[in-house]
Ligand binder design. Structure first.
Ligand SMILES: *Cc1c(COP(=O)(O)O)cnc(C)c1O
Length: 280
């Protein structure tokens, strides 16, 4: 059971974000208005009850960044019975030894973080093996390391075209749907458009020109709690929003907000989220 008041808090926060997504979408230039951006509610570290609550209020797409946590949540009896139309997005770093486990997730909708040809091959062959021949291809995005930081996963931007070309021509069980980036934290928008988003936009353009793909068929997954409106305004079709919907995350072994400043706690949490953690 959720704490008293929590249900109401999630409903309000979700509705506010949905409204902000809608407003940002309306502010886009006419040429970008061909699609309604998808809101992915990032539920990592939060209990299944919160997922059920958001689902009750109309949310369908949810994101998780650890395979074990996604397996656990997606097979939670309450979620299985109350959320039949849930669509899970995997948004974390994927290691090859975890692919089979991930692909067994019920209602897995999309893997947003394919970042090498080898990983694409592995996911392709596993999906072929695990699913009967007549089921749908698995939707995947290619993650690009737009900020070039060592701490971030993702494909070097200059490898985008070759990698996507490979996936389209050699991975028949995969359905390439777009490009994803996390980008640098704490970018100050008063300095102009976020360069990570601009980089993803220009790589998509290059990709579409090189492979003659229609722009509308290559999605962009970019934008999180602090910058999803800006991301939508410049063309994001898939925003991943966690803390603004579900509240700040608490991590074991990180100082509690009462003891340390918020900035310190968040920094520690971010580091944990994006380190290469070897999962069991
Ligand atoms: C945690 C996470 C998010 C959501 O972050 P918030 O700042 O809480 O909105 C989005 N994308 C990825 C890849 C994440 O790991």
């Amino acid at each position: 059971m959720l704490k008293v008041g929590m249900s109401e808090e999630i409903r309000k926060a979700l509705q506010a974000v949905v409204e902000r997504v809608k407003q940002a979408a309306a502010r886009r230039p006419q040429t970008l208005q061909y699609v309604t951006p998808r809101l992915v509610a990032v539920s990592k570290t939060k209990p299944p009850e919160m997922v059920v609550e958001a689902y009750k209020h109309g949310q369908r797409n949810f994101g998780e960044n650890y395979v074990n946590e996604l397996v656990e949540k997606s097979t939670n009896p309450q979620i299985l019975s109350s959320c039949p139309e849930i669509q899970w997005h995997f948004i974390g770093h994927l290691q090859k030894n975890n692919v089979n486990k991930l692909l067994g997730v019920p209602n897995l909708f999309m893997v947003e973080t394919i970042d090498s040809v080898k990983l694409a091959d592995k996911v392709n062959s596993s999906w072929q093996r695990l699913r009967a021949a007549n089921t749908q291809r698995l939707k995947i995005m290619v993650q690009i390391n737009t900020s070039g930081e060592d701490s971030k996963h993702g494909l070097p931007p200059e490898e985008t075209v070759d990698t996507v070309q490979y996936i389209i021509s050699r991975c028949p069980a995969l359905h390439f749907v777009g490009l994803m980036t996390i980008g640098r934290y704490g970018y100050d928008l008063s300095e102009g458009p976020n360069p990570d988003f601009q980089m993803l936009l220009s790589r998509r353009q290059e990709l579409c020109d090189s492979l003659q793909l229609p722009l509308e068929e290559v999605e962009l997954s970019m934008g999180m709690s602090t910058d999803f409106e800006h991301a939508i305004e410049v063309g994001s079709t898939n925003v991943r929003v966690g803390s603004t919907i579900f509240g700040e995350r608490e991590y074991p072994n990180t100082p509690s907000p009462e003891k340390k400043s918020k900035a310190v706690t968040e920094e520690a949490a971010r580091k944990m989220e994006h380190l290469t953690v070897t999962e069991q």
